[in-house]
Design a protein around this ligand. Structure first.
Ligand code: SF4
Length: 324
């Protein structure tokens, strides 16, 4: 559709001027960016943000669908609800979602180590364990008050415990299971626009990573985040007006966000594990097997304010799960 076509439809659907102007602006940007590229690739995670993008493109710009690739990166640890939802999206919009895989999270964590606390700390610890001087300076130097990297005494004690007990720590799964497969896909398929569902309102480190919804890259593979500026309120209005159904993770299990399944970085991981235990028990067991030591170490050494494990679970470092 062009602006003359979608403008009156949006006007009718969105009586609130703020919702209307944000969504209308998004449509104009989609026309500008997806319209002007030959081979866009739209990342579909099965989460609510990417659902909004799939809907926007398929509903308002059906003429772009043929040139777009819809791609899901399967980390090997996925909710059944997500997999069902991909099938639902394919049939609802008449699209094919390509499933691509790199090294699975299970294999990558076994080979390099388990992620703990957050990505940059996991990388620091990975190199600290290998005796890299910069990492030693960064972590041990943090003992001095006021240093930038802020490793608490508890965190340092946890790192030493892990080293003494042969527990490897790393965030390599992010590269091996997520970044590398999409990079390879983009290269092999001549993609010129990488479309993702990031939103500033999600907060975290990403929120400060981008200044605009479109970024021109020197290698000619530009990045576009159509709903980067959407508030939670705009997104909720869009869902309601468009009649979008999110995956069962949201609609049935009651999750607020999905993210990478079981990742110990998640601040609400305890809630997610409880949800998994109740709704997808096999996945719960898999996540405990893969990340259990990370949850347990974080909690045992009080490395963050919010616990990783639900109160009713304890876990021993031998990997045994006990229901309290
Ligand atoms: S988000 Fe967490 S679990 Fe997922 S790939 Fe990255 S470090 Fe691994």
């Amino acid at each position: 559709m062009n602006r003359a076509e979608y403008y009156p439809i949006l006007k009718e659907k969105y009586p609130d001027i703020n919702h209307f102007s944000e969504i209308e602006r998004t449509c104009r940007k989609i026309e500008e960016h997806i319209g002007s590229h030959e081979r866009p690739c739209i990342s579909v995670s099965g989460g609510s943000d990417s659902d909004c993008i799939v809907h926007l493109v398929c509903e308002y710009f059906p003429e772009y669908v043929e040139k777009c690739r819809f791609v899901f990166i399967d980390t090997g640890l996925e909710y059944d609800a997500t997999k069902r939802h991909l099938t639902y999206l394919e049939s609802k919009y008449g699209i094919a979602i390509e499933k691509i895989r790199g090294q699975s999270v299970v294999t990558a964590t076994r080979e390099y180590g388990i992620p703990i606390l957050n990505k940059s700390r996991s990388e620091d610890i990975y190199y600290y364990m290998r005796g890299k001087q910069w990492a030693i300076d960064r972590i041990d130097g943090a003992k001095k008050a006021g240093t930038r990297y802020e490793y608490s005494a508890n965190m340092i004690a946890m790192i030493h415990y892990a080293m003494e007990n042969g527990i490897k720590i790393a965030a390599r799964c992010c590269d091996k299971s997520k970044k590398q497969p999409i990079k390879r896909y983009i290269k092999e398929n001549g993609i010129d626009l990488n479309v993702t569902g990031e939103r500033k309102a999600e907060g975290g480190q990403r929120a400060s990573n981008h200044k605009s919804c479109f970024e021109e890259h020197k290698d000619g593979i530009h990045k576009y985040m159509p709903i980067w500026w959407w508030s939670n309120d705009v997104k909720a209005a869009f869902k309601a007006a468009e009649g979008i159904r999110y995956s069962d993770c949201y609609e049935v299990y009651g999750m607020k966000r999905t993210g990478c399944c079981g990742c110990p970085f998640g601040l609400d991981i305890a809630d997610d594990l409880q949800t998994m235990y109740e709704n997808e028990p096999q996945l719960f067991i898999a996540c405990m097997n893969v990340f259990g030591q990370a949850y347990e170490l974080t909690d045992r050494f009080n490395c963050r304010r919010k616990k990783c494990l639900p109160d009713s679970f304890q876990m021993t470092l031998t990997g045994e799960i006990e229901r309290g």
